[in-house]
Structure formats: structure tokens, C-alpha cells
Write a protein that binds this ligand. Structure first.
Ligand SMILES: [Zn+2]
Ligand SMILES: [Zn+2]
Length: 400
């Protein structure tokens, strides 16, 4: 049984998220998009927790659903920020946590509430070292899954420029043995991640980290897994732990917000944007003279210790189809006509991933949109690289 999963999303209680997010809307839009299993997001936040408890029903061990949209299955998920100090320097790292049921969620809540405030933000700040955090959480229940989020992003990735750890092992200490997977994040992909031999044994998963339920955010990266017969929490965890991943759906890294080094224009009085490929000799910004925000590629080059061959069947580049439609039509993802066109394609092809897999029922869709879809499928596109919290801009290769 193949399932498409997105295990990193947020509720309306996380900073910078859409107020429209509720559990019904997540289920509804996930179904239209073609996802099968999604994280609840923010499950440690008391108000969101209450909403989940009152609106979701249990399908099987650790799998929940909204009664109006039973096709979409949920697992309890949150992202947290760990903050701790090493030799006078603060480290801040994001982790995804998957939790087997509401009972265990209560125990995790009780433990973490003594190390941070869970009521303020859907993604709580927890003042614990990563090593202590992992070892203590694993004492609560070994089925809790802890996954370093967007591992190379500069501010909160465990291998990002700001944490500046020399290795994954140095960062995690004794906690390393409990880590089975890493999240690629939008600005990295398996071909980059596999340049680090110490990550060889880890499963790579992709998630959206969506801060809204809009179709160009939800499921924009996702993972296809293989689950035998009955679906339950442990089977999903096992598919991650034993790498039963069929493939990940990935952004081209240059489309993510932190691929190159740079400064976005709004940092400068003249508004000029500056970006460059990794500068190992630390050249400062030509406009403001301050240190550039180091991108993902910078850290990969710093930490790289092998030339790895990655099986091309294990990942696939996609872009959010609604974004593609908006780009071709030179209008926004919130434009009504674009949304109608998107929904027509979804209905005719049972979701977006089928379109990227080759399903082609494009009745009534303008040929310029179909041409653009084919260019994405054939890889005939690139991005002006993303940098400093600024997405890459999509460009098409010109073909004769
Ligand atoms: Zn994060
Ligand atoms: Zn600058």
C-alpha cells in the first residue's frame, strides 16, 4: 500500500501562520491535494490539543481522522525549538516529534512544561540540550519519533551555519543512537545530503513545513512510503526507521529560501538583493558590509566528505502546481481563476502527485499550462537561487 505523507505542518497557533488553519481545513485541502497521511502540527499547544481531541476520532492505534473527511489520516505531530548553551554560545535547533497517542502526548506535555512554555507558541521553545531532550523523551516512550527538521537551514537546522557543529555526532551526543531520519528541508535534497557519510544510515524524509492550508504550501514536499496492509502509527514509524521510503517529492534546492549565501533586498537602504554561491573565505555583503546569511550549499561544502551516488528513483523534483499555474498566468496563487483551474486538474487526476507521476487528464486546461507542466516533468526549469529567507524564482529553459 503506497501512502503519501506530510509529517511537518503547523496550526494557527504557531507564529507566522494563517488564522484559517483548523483541523477540518487541513483534512479537506490534504484530500484535494492527494495526500494520505498528515501530521496534526502543534499537538503540544493546549488549545490545538483540545481541538484535536474534540474533532478527531481514532482509526487505529495512533491514527486519527476527521469524521467528515475519513480518507485523510492524522498522526500527532509537532515541531519544537530546543535552546541550550555550549561554551557560552546559544544553540537553537528545530525538531519534529511524532507521538503515538494522546496518553503519551500528555506525558510529553507534563515533562516539557517543566522546561519551557507550551502555551505561547504552537512551536514551543524548550530549554534543554538536544542530548538531554532525546534521552529523556525516549524514557517516556520508545515509539516517540524525533526527527531533526530542515537540517541544513542556517538558523534552526542542526547542521546549519549558526549552530556551526562540526558533525552530526557532535551535535547529538548520546542522542545520536535514537535518530533514524532527517528532514531534507526545501533547500536541500538527497543528492546534497548524501555528501555526508555520517548521515548514510539515516532515512531522508520530506515534508512541507506548511504555515497555511493553501495548495502551494501544504504537501509542497512530501514522502511516499510503503505500508503493508493495516495502517497504524507503528507501521508509519517503522517505514521511517527501516527506510521503507519509496521516494521523496522535493523542491529543487535552489527554489528553497536558504540555498545560496546572501542578503535579501529589504536589509539594504537601496533595496538591492545580493546573493552568491558559497564563499568559503567569508566575503561580507557588498551593500551593508555585514556577514551574509550562509546558505545550505555553504554548509554542505563545509561538511562534505564523500562523492555519493543517489538512486534517481528515490526522489523526484516537483513544484507546487498552483504556483506553476499562477506563474504562467502572471497572477497570484489566491486568484480565483487559478484556483478553479487547479481544482479541475485535481478532480480529473485524483490529486497533484498523480500529475507529477504522469497522469494527464487536462480537459479544458489551456495549452500554455499543459506545456509548463510538461517542462517541469522534463526538468526544463531552474531557479534564480533562493537566499536569506527569500524563495528562488522559477524560470523556464527556452526550447527551440
Ligand atoms: Zn523549523
Ligand atoms: Zn547586506
Amino acid at each position: 500500500m503506497e501512502k503519501i505523507i506530510d509529517l511537518h505542518i503547523h496550526s494557527r497557533f504557531s507564529g507566522g501562520t494563517s488564522k484559517r488553519i483548523n483541523i477540518f481545513n487541513i483534512a479537506l485541502n490534504s484530500k484535494i491535494k492527494g495526500l494520505d497521511i498528515v501530521g496534526t502540527g502543534d499537538c503540544l499547544h493546549p488549545s490545538w490539543f483540545e481541538e484535536l481531541k474534540s474533532e478527531l476520532e481514532e482509526f487505529d492505534n495512533g491514527i486519527y481522522y476527521h469524521p467528515k473527511i475519513p480518507e485523510i489520516k492524522f498522526i500527532l505531530q509537532t515541531e519544537i525549538e530546543l535552546i541550550w548553551k555550549i561554551r557560552g554560545e546559544f544553540k537553537r535547533v528545530h525538531f519534529i516529534i511524532l507521538i503515538p497517542n494522546f496518553q503519551v502526548l500528555n506525558e510529553v506535555y507534563q515533562f516539557l512544561s517543566t522546561h519551557g512554555t507550551l502555551k505561547e507558541d504552537g512551536r514551543p521553545k524548550i530549554y534543554l540540550s538536544v542530548e538531554n531532550f532525546i534521552l529523556e523523551i525516549k524514557k517516556i516512550d520508545s515509539l516517540i519519533e524525533i526527527i531533526p527538521a530542515h537540517i541544513f537551514t542556517p538558523y534552526f537546522g542542526i547542521l546549519g551555519a549558526h549552530c556551526n557543529f562540526k558533525s552530526f555526532k557532535e551535535a547529538l551526543g548520546e542522542g545520536r543512537k535514537h535518530i533514524y531520519a532527517v528532514e531534507s528541508g526545501l533547500s536541500a535534497d538527497p543528492t546534497l545530503i548524501r555528501n555526508l557519510s555520517e548521515l548514510d544510515d539515516l532515512t531522508i524524509i520530506s515534508n512541507s513545513d506548511a504555515h497555511s492550508v493553501n495548495f502551494h504550501r501544504l504537501g509542497r514536499e512530501a514522502t511516499k512510503i510503503d505500508i503493508s496492509n493495516n495502517l497504524n502509527y507503528q507501521k508509519i514509524i517503522n517505514s521511517i526507521r527501516f527506510n521503507k521510503i519509496i521516494k521523496t517529492y522535493e523542491f529543487k534546492p535552489s527554489g528553497g529560501k536558504y540555498y545560496y549565501d546572501g542578503h535579501r533586498g529589504e536589509r539594504h537602504e537601496n533595496g538591492i538583493d545580493y546573493f552568491c554561491s558559497p564563499r568559503r573565505n567569508n566575503i561580507d555583503c557588498p551593500y551593508c558590509g555585514k556577514k551574509l546569511t550562509k546558505g545550505v550549499l555553504f554548509r554542505i561544502y563545509e561538511l562534505k566528505d564523500q562523492e555519493a551516488a543517489v538512486n534517481a528513483d528515490r526522489f523526484q523534483y516537483i513544484i507546487p502546481l498552483l504556483q506553476l499555474i499562477a506563474t504562467v498566468n502572471r497572477s497570484s496563487e489566491y486568484n480565483k481563476k487559478n484556483l478553479e483551474m487547479y481544482r479541475t486538474i485535481m478532480e480529473n487526476n485524483q490529486g497533484e502527485y498523480n500529475v507529477w507521476e504522469g497522469s494527464s487528464n487536462f480537459d479544458g486546461i489551456p495549452s500554455k499550462i499543459i506545456d509548463a507542466i510538461n517542462k517541469i516533468r522534463d526538468g526544463k526549469y531552474y531557479y534564480i537561487p533562493g537566499h536569506d529567507n527569500f524563495y528562488g524564482s522559477l524560470c523556464f529553459e527556452h526550447v527551440e
